[in-house]
Design a binder for this molecule. Structure first.
Ligand code: ADP
Length: 365
């Protein structure tokens, strides 16, 4: 007896996406099934190219198809799983959205300055793009923009087309920052309404083009800009960056409460400067590793990963070369990728929980 595509379909109904908690058929992730006498080829469309569960899904599919084959007494078959990815838009990306071509807007906030919010924003944007997503970075820290330095924009000239700002296309992402529109030496003093206007212009008068993720690096604290952002754009969620110390946790809790008060889901907490690895290869626990993770747990929030203090992270930020964070140190690259994957995964979870199962184009490769 030979295995049929109906059998394969039955098998796939038993395989769950571990993050999304539903089976692949219900989630509309099965894009194609080809069966012949001895082989089965299955195309699965992931909800993000940064899916952390890809290999587990592959193994679970193989097991389920083999189990089905043996249950019906079919000959052994080879199973090949091919993956494509299509980020699904949030339910909030409706027609009144001023940026309809942007599928997800993710705010990165922190209770106070200096904890690495911009570092996390830049590496999240570049890291998601490395996985193959279309990513924008809005440097919304209008009081202290870091993107010109961290992305190495100093020598680049901004340009405008049809009264829209063109984002800088660097390191695989599209980025915009007020830092390239004002004198770098000038103090950026904004009254509330001016801050609102400046942020709004950056967000809405930039020609972003189609994006899977727009990362917004917010100013530290709980001021005007997060409020403007939440009123202006439908956010999929926010990421709170925190260092492990107790005092940093207290500030981060306030940032969490602010997002919650603004009705912005909190996707989770990143622990930056979690520990330090010395030249001797030893790990030093400078600030109380795990503090932000414990804070996340106590607030019932997902933990999105720990980033160590790493000299290269600081150096590559100062030199505007973020891609180098992935080249010299596999462990650091792994930490950054892990953070990007957990955040992408939380975005997919938020989208599915938002009840949207958009039909997507069938693309098999
Ligand atoms: P924030 O946006 O919260 O004010 P930044 O991202 O600008 O913080 O980081 C402040 C400084 O600390 C920068 O010089 C940055 O390069 C450095 N930094 C941030 N995170 C790390 C880290 N994990 N390892 C080394 N240096 C870091």
């Amino acid at each position: 007896m030979d295995l049929t595509s109906r059998d394969v379909h039955t098998a796939l109904c038993t395989v769950k996406d571990p993050d999304l908690g539903k089976d692949l058929v219900t989630l509309n992730m099965v894009k194609d099934v080809r069966v012949d006498a001895r082989s089965v080829v299955i195309s699965i469309e992931l909800t993000t190219p940064a899916c952390p569960m890809k290999e587990k899904i592959r193994r679970d599919i193989e097991e389920a198809v083999h189990a089905r084959a043996s249950a019906i007494g079919a000959e052994a078959v080879s199973v090949t799983v091919e993956f494509t990815a299509q980020v699904r838009a949030s339910a909030s990306a409706h027609a009144s959205n001023p940026l309809p071509a942007v599928k997800h807007i993710i705010a990165v906030g922190a209770g106070k300055g200096g904890v690495g919010k911009s570092t996390v924003s830049v590496n999240l944007a570049v890291g998601l793009a490395r996985f193959g997503a279309r990513v924008g970075l809005l440097d919304g820290d209008i009081y202290g923009p870091s993107a010109p330095t961290m992305l190495g924009l100093d020598e680049l000239q901004g340009s405008i087309r049809n009264e829209m700002l063109l984002p800088f296309e660097v390191h695989g992402i599209r980025a915009i920052t007020i830092g390239k529109l004002v004198d770098p030496e000038k103090a950026l003093i904004w009254r509330g309404p001016m801050a609102h206007g400046a942020f709004k212009q950056l967000a809405l008068q930039t020609e972003w083009g189609p994006l899977d993720y727009l990362i917004v690096d917010l100013p530290p604290g709980t001021g005007d800009v997060p409020l403007t952002l939440a009123q202006l754009l439908p956010l999929t969620g926010s990421v709170v960056v925190c260092t492990p110390q107790r005092v940093a946790q207290d500030d981060a809790r306030r940032a969490v409460r602010m997002f919650q008060q603004l009705g912005v889901p909190v996707l989770g907490v990143v622990e930056n400067m979690s520990y330090f690895i010395g030249d001797d290869g030893k790990t030093y626990d400078l600030f109380g590793r795990g503090g932000a993770e414990a804070m996340a747990a106590s607030m019932n929030l997902p933990f999105l990963g720990a980033i160590p203090i790493h000299m290269d992270l600081r150096r590559n930020s100062d030199e505007g070369t973020p891609l180098k964070n992935w080249t010299a140190h596999p462990a650091l690259a792994g930490d950054l990728d892990g953070m990007c994957q957990r955040i992408a995964s939380q975005v997919s979870i938020a989208t599915i929980q938002g009840g949207l199962l958009q039909p997507t184009l069938s693309v098999t490769g």
